[in-house]
Write a protein that binds this ligand. Structure first.
Ligand code: DX5
Ligand code: ZN
Length: 228
């Protein structure tokens, strides 16, 4: 499977989360927003690390022919290591694992060995110090702006201190690491996150729950751009 290039680290990217799309018409949903999609964010929930269950590799595989975009798979799973290969084979370009599940160094190595772009995620109450030791080994740091498990929650502004801290660390050390935020992102909160130092914006409800998803994604990008 040829990997899709993620683009230069640090560039502004909109990553629509298909969690908020109509699962009965995913291919249509993905195509509809394609022109405003930089990465497609795939939320994987195992019913254990988070209370909810969503989708897995077969859905990634089924969607692959419908999108030429970078597939950014967010693994909200207690044991992501068991599934990295399956996601890679299904067509994932990048996989992000949560630092809270432990075994981080091994997970990063395993994902790397598979040729995946590697992300590390932290919940809103997980301190920056937990992810800091791995910053030089990953391509992406995902700082959750809601507690993972459900779409449609409210953006937690408190996390912006951590985003700024991460941005400083990345810039001071000249690291090629993207800083992604996920949860409650919309045209009001996106500029706040970009101002704090995030460059990849995940949005589910603010895109797919709108009457005109493509227009909503465009508005989100415009709002974020205004902050650059
Ligand atoms: C939360 C997921 C998010 C979610 C975002 O568990 O990781 O990606 O889909 O949804 P919104 O944008 O609706 O907050
Ligand atoms: Zn997510």
């Amino acid at each position: 499977m040829t990997l899709i290039d993620a683009g230069p680290a640090g560039a502004l990217r909109i990553a629509p989360s298909i969690l908020a799309a109509d699962f009965g018409a995913l291919a249509h949903a993905v195509r509809e927003i394609d022109a405003e999609t930089d990465w497609l964010h795939v939320d994987v929930m195992d019913g254990h690390f988070v209370p909810n269950v969503s989708i897995g590799p077969p859905v990634v595989q089924s969607l692959r022919p419908y999108s030429g975009r970078f597939f950014d798979c967010h693994l909200m799973m207690t044991d992501p290591g068991r599934y990295l290969e399956a996601f890679k084979s299904a067509g994932a370009d990048g996989c992000t694992v949560h630092v809270e599940v432990g075994g981080t160094a091994t997970l990063i190595d395993d994902a790397r060995a598979l040729g995946l772009r590697v992300g590390l995620a932290a919940n809103p109450d997980t301190p920056f110090e937990m992810v800091a030791p791995f910053l030089g080994d990953v391509d992406l740091l995902l700082l959750m702006t809601v507690f993972p498990g459900f779409g449609g929650q409210s953006f937690m502004g408190d996390v912006m201190n951590k985003v700024s801290q991460a941005r400083r660390e990345v810039d001071v050390n000249g690291l090629a690491v993207d800083i992604e935020v996920d949860g409650g992102m919309d045209a009001r909160t996106a500029p706040i996150a970009v101002h704090a130092g995030a460059n990849v914006l995940v949005a589910g409800s603010a895109i797919f729950s709108r009457r005109e998803p493509l227009e909503a994604a465009r508005a989100l990008r415009e709002a974020a751009r205004g902050e650059l």
